[in-house]
Design a binder for this molecule. Structure first.
Ligand SMILES: *[C@@H]1O[C@H](CO)[C@@H](O)[C@H](O)[C@H]1NC(C)=O
Ligand SMILES: *[C@@H]1O[C@H](CO)[C@@H](O)[C@H](O)[C@H]1NC(C)=O
Ligand SMILES: *[C@@H]1O[C@H](CO)[C@@H](O)[C@H](O)[C@H]1NC(C)=O
Ligand SMILES: *[C@@H]1O[C@H](CO)[C@@H](O)[C@H](O)[C@H]1NC(C)=O
Length: 500
């Protein structure tokens, strides 16, 4: 039913409606930027500095931040406590409202947008004397959250989700026992709209909607339509709408489909994460990547928020299981990330993790409670329990590559019939991958002008030259491309700005 308004707009009065409808699919990136990073569990003060020192200069377009609203304080502080709200006060282990506002302003000032992970499918679950990170109390067993306030009138009756083939159960029952808000109630809609508008007034550019699969699309449509335009005082264009990307895990075979949400916003494409993991783990050949995109069962490019891993599936939560790559398998992970960033498909998100040994473990702390700041090493990498994949040269240089080749198509696809592939992005960039267990060393068309280029995977272009491999492109655009089996990286990438 919610589709009718959209299809009416699309067919009858396209011009009048299109701005409003198209707008929430636009990440509102500053010009020339194309990729966001999820700084999972980072503190607001640290993100502000990271925007200024690293993300802005390296061309990142935005940051997805962990949930900003008050969550339950759970025993031994697992990461998932942040997905168990107590109120919409902006106080968490990442910082308070003033620190959040300061971060948003400083990141916007250097061209980096902030996207908030918003959790309004549910509140926390049964918990005696539940206390929040902002000091609020709640009585979840009675569905009483006075700091919002919500009472038992605002929730669906208690039942548990067991059958994912029943969409009523998926959307009206409790996800792992979390008290399930009824988003059809006007009181609930008002509280959620107030929360989102508060964030917009502080300068955010959009929202990741947690557990969207567990909410009715027609309720989400009502909420989204009432959310304010982005703040012009924070530099957004008049009429700009918040970017909305919705968490809908759909690997097929369930009652709820990702296609139910694509008229409302962008959708997290878990099939992309699953398939790219399979390919770079060697369960599928790289040559099949030639038709990467909707032919693999993915959403259309402008509706798909794509990633190699996210905070759930990197630790085996959610879906995808053992096929999902993460930082622990670093060579394959960097190759998969490079492929995602080199390929024009989708709206890209890079994951930035803390190291973990068990799947519940929370972020590094100073004292078991307060989150520790990352420590930065001379080679850009992090320590102190933080992995910082976004600071790996092979990943941040490919974020730059994606910006530089934006708007060009794939051409001159080459493969060796198995796991060695290469392609150009217009006449702006070239990338090659060796996923075979033997060396790649052959002459390939790079589509670039003659000259010497610095491979941005094995090194960086510097004032004194190139710290990595050099590629000699001849007047015919061809170059000998070599990626040996024994090298640290299985990728080689050059672009017109890496010319020496
Ligand atoms: C909350 O529930 C308990 C029983 O679970 C009951 O004794 C108590 O009166 C309830 N409190 C309120 C405020 O409803
Ligand atoms: C957003 O901006 C457009 C264009 O200026 C305006 O027509 C619309 O009413 C605004 N929407 C909201 C929710 O403020
Ligand atoms: C590509 O794969 C074939 C086997 O299919 C192998 O013999 C060859 O050496 C590989 N490399 C190139 C550049 O063809
Ligand atoms: C690659 O092949 C060329 C000859 O075509 C040779 O000169 C060069 O040494 C080879 N490189 C590697 C790494 O095997």
């Amino acid at each position: 039913m919610f589709l009718s308004k959209v299809s009416l707009c699309l067919t009858l009065i396209f011009v009048l409606c299109s701005r409003n409808i198209e707008a929430q699919f636009n990440p509102n990136y500053a010009s020339g930027r194309t990729t966001m990073v999820h700084l999972f569990e980072w503190k607001w003060d640290d993100i502000a500095v990271e925007c200024e020192n690293f993300l802005g200069p390296k061309g990142f377009g935005g940051v997805q931040v962990s949930p900003v609203n008050e969550n339950v304080v759970a025993a031994s502080r697992p990461w998932w406590e942040r997905y168990q709200p107590i109120s919409y006060l902006l106080t968490t282990r990442s910082g308070n409202e003033q620190q959040f506002a300061d971060m948003v302003r400083r990141c916007n000032n250097v061209g980096v947008r902030i996207f908030v992970d918003v959790v309004f499918n549910h509140m926390t679950g049964d918990n005696v004397n539940a206390r929040g990170t902002g000091g609020s109390t709640a009585d979840p067993s009675n569905k009483s959250f006075p700091a919002v306030p919500y009472s038992n009138l605002d929730f669906h009756p208690t039942c548990s989700i067991n059958n994912y083939n029943d969409k009523y159960e998926v959307r009206n029952c409790e996800l792992v026992g979390l008290k399930d808000l009824d988003q059809s109630k006007s009181w609930v809609q008002d509280r959620v709209v107030d929360f989102l508008n508060h964030l917009i007034s502080l300068g955010v550019a959009g929202f990741r909607v947690d557990a969207a699969k567990h909410m009715w699309p027609e309720d989400l449509e009502k909420i989204y339509n009432r959310v304010n335009n982005l703040s012009t005082t924070h530099g957004f264009d008049t009429g700009a709408r918040p970017f909305i990307f919705q968490e809908v895990i759909d690997l097929g075979g369930e009652a709820v489909s990702k296609n139910e949400y694509t008229n409302l916003g962008v959708v997290t494409e878990f099939a992309h994460s699953n398939s790219i993991g399979k390919v770079f783990r060697g369960k599928d050949q790289l040559r099949w990547l030639i038709n990467w995109g909707p032919q693999w069962g993915f959403l259309n490019s402008d509706r798909a928020l794509i990633f190699v891993d996210n905070h759930d599936n990197q630790r085996g939560h959610g879906a995808g299981g053992a096929d999902i790559l993460n930082y622990k398998t670093s060579k394959q992970y960097k190759m998969a990330s490079a492929f995602m960033l080199a390929h024009p498909f989708g709206i890209t998100r890079v994951m930035s993790s803390f190291a973990f040994d068990n799947t519940d473990q929370g972020p590094p702390t100073t004292d078991g409670q307060n989150i520790a700041s990352p420590i930065f090493n001379d080679d850009n990498s992090c320590s102190g329990g933080w992995v910082c994949e976004h600071r790996w040269r092979q990943i941040y240089n490919m974020v730059g590559f994606r910006n530089i080749v934006a708007g060009t198509a794939i051409q001159n696809w080459w493969d060796n019939g198995s796991n060695q592939i290469a392609f150009c992005r217009g006449s702006k960039g070239f990338v090659a991958f060796n996923g075979d267990s033997y060396d790649l060393n052959t002459s390939l068309q790079t589509c670039l002008p003659a000259g010497t280029y610095c491979d941005i995977i094995s090194g960086v272009k510097s004032d004194s030259g190139c710290t990595g491999k050099r590629v000699e492109v001849g007047s015919d655009g061809r170059a000998t491309i070599s990626i040996t089996q024994a090298e640290e990286d299985g990728t080689l990438a050059i672009h017109f700005e890496s010319k020496l």
